[in-house]
Design a binder for this molecule. Structure first.
Ligand SMILES: *Cc1c(COP(=O)(O)O)cnc(C)c1O
Length: 464
């Protein structure tokens, strides 16, 4: 019998899953003991699990389901494309209609001077492409020593050897020999955790100027690029101080280095603009895209490449590509997704309704005894736990203890929020409404209440 259509009991699915499926970013022992939550279907902003629970998905899957679940138009686009041309490659002077149409559409949506896309199947792959792109760019200009890419601690750029090295996650670098050579990290602009007695504005400038210092320390003739998420996502929805990006842009303008904006989360509407770079007035040379490009309905990513970089790369063979670069089904799905974002004016919905409603809901938790910072920007939000609201201090308990308790409480209350250390984050579908925000406030409120009660009962509210 077909396991996909014959819904086995939850315990049986969990047993098979634990026996045969190795999960990303999950401990095997923990998984076997507790069992996974098995999601069986979804519609709009709501997931349904194998026991029939209806769960509010405040993470849009993994930051990707921008248009929400259950859009038949995307299923139809995939089905049509699979019947017409399920696969063909884009190597060796061949192309196909979906990749041509999507390239044109992206050139239209992206700000000038972005008119070219190099496709991948994911954000990780696209950032691997970027490592080779920027180094090849300088090599083609006769400056092969410009190899070093500067990134930031606690950045997330993917999980392959290259993109994981670009990222600045200590727990990832602790395994498997990362980072690879010629990638260095400066500090993140995380004022709440690291700003000490400085004002956010002072701190933003200080952290931005580390880029200048690092370029000087390495020698400008050795630096290829700086890569950053305009707002760090997986690092904890870290919204930089307002002084940060203008200063970074000033430094990039003054120095001969490329700027890569990793737009994998922000791209396609999350800030209320098509790209986060537009929100901050940044002028990158390359933008990484994935996630919201197809709203997660099919795997696709890519590098949006500005004209001067594309021109230099195009002078010779670029010895790089993936079997699924510009996969026709993914391209067809992405095109339909972009059509929906555009024709249904989802950016307008974000700016006029969804983002203000989310901001109000997030702010409603500002007075909660556990919460030291409640912030949002567009369709991203963060709730920072602290044992002492007045002093921005962490807990004495190991980092992530309270976050983990909160995550379990969210599970129990049928809401998905993610914890990054002792910080809860949200990144819901862009179609979020005020009614969804009411459900969010109610369920998150219960989960936070339970978290506080548990932390108090277990004596975990002590400051470090
Ligand atoms: C998710 C993410 C990636 C990696 O994308 P994958 O499709 O998981 O490989 C890269 N950059 C950012 C900012 C991300 O959030």
């Amino acid at each position: 019998m077909n396991i996909l259509t014959n819904h086995l009991p939850t315990a049986e699915l969990q047993r098979i899953d634990a026996a045969h499926h190795m999960h990303p970013f999950t401990g095997g022992a923990e998984l076997a003991a507790k069992g996974t939550r098995v999601i069986t279907r979804a519609d709009g902003v709501m997931l349904t699990d194998s026991d029939g629970h209806e769960i509010l998905d405040m993470m849009a899957g993994l930051w990707c389901v921008n248009i929400g679940y259950g859009r038949d138009e995307l299923a139809d686009a995939a089905s049509r494309q699979m019947r017409e041309l399920p696969y063909y490659n884009t190597f060796f002077q061949t192309s196909h209609v979906p990749v041509i149409a999507l390239s044109q559409k992206l050139a239209e949506l992206a700000p000038e001077p972005f008119n070219n896309t190099f496709f991948a199947a994911s954000g990780s792959e696209a950032n691997d492409t970027n490592i080779r792109l920027v180094r090849q760019y300088w090599a083609a200009l006769g400056k092969p020593s410009k190899k070093v890419i500067i990134s930031r601690t606690n950045a997330y750029h993917g999980s392959s050897m290259g993109s994981g090295s670009l990222g600045g996650m200590a727990h990832m670098h602790a395994q498997g020999g990362l980072p690879i050579e010629n990638i260095v990290h400066i500090d993140q602009p995380h004022w709440w955790a690291e700003g000490a007695e400085m004002s956010p504005e002072e701190f933003g400038l200080l952290r931005a100027r580390q880029l200048e210092q690092e370029i000087d320390a390495l020698g400008e003739e050795n630096v290829a690029a700086f890569i950053a998420e305009p707002i760090q996502g997986a690092g904890g929805v870290i919204i930089p101080p307002e002084t940060y990006w203008p200063e970074i842009q000033r430094i990039c303008d003054a120095r001969e280095i490329l700027l890569i904006a990793d737009e994998v989360i922000l791209g396609f509407g999350r800030t209320g603009k098509w790209f986060g770079s537009e929100y901050y007035g940044i002028r990158p040379d390359i933008m990484t895209i994935a996630k919201g490009l197809s709203s997660g309905y099919a795997p696709i990513g890519g590098s949006l490449v500005s004209d001067h970089v594309a021109e230099v790369i195009g002078r010779s063979d670029f010895n790089h590509g993936y079997t699924y670069s510009g996969h026709p089904v993914s391209c067809a799905v992405a095109l339909e997704n972009l059509r929906i974002i555009e024709e249904e004016n989802l950016l307008g919905h974000v700016n006029d309704h969804a983002a203000p409603a989310l901001a109000k809901a997030i702010e409603s938790f500002a007075d909660h005894p556990l919460i030291g910072e409640a912030r949002s920007l567009g369709m991203l939000g963060a709730l920072q736990f602290t044992p002492d609201k007045s002093r921005r201090v962490p807990f004495k308990a190991p980092k992530g203890t309270i976050g983990q308790i909160a995550r379990e409480a969210c599970f129990r209350n049928n809401i998905v929020m993610r914890h990054v250390g002792d910080r809860m984050i949200v990144s819901p579908p862009l179609i979020l409404t005020e009614e969804h925000c009411e459900i969010f406030k109610e369920r998150a409120g219960k989960a936070l209440g339970e978290t506080y009660a548990t932390a108090k009962a277990e004596g975990l509210l002590e400051a470090a």
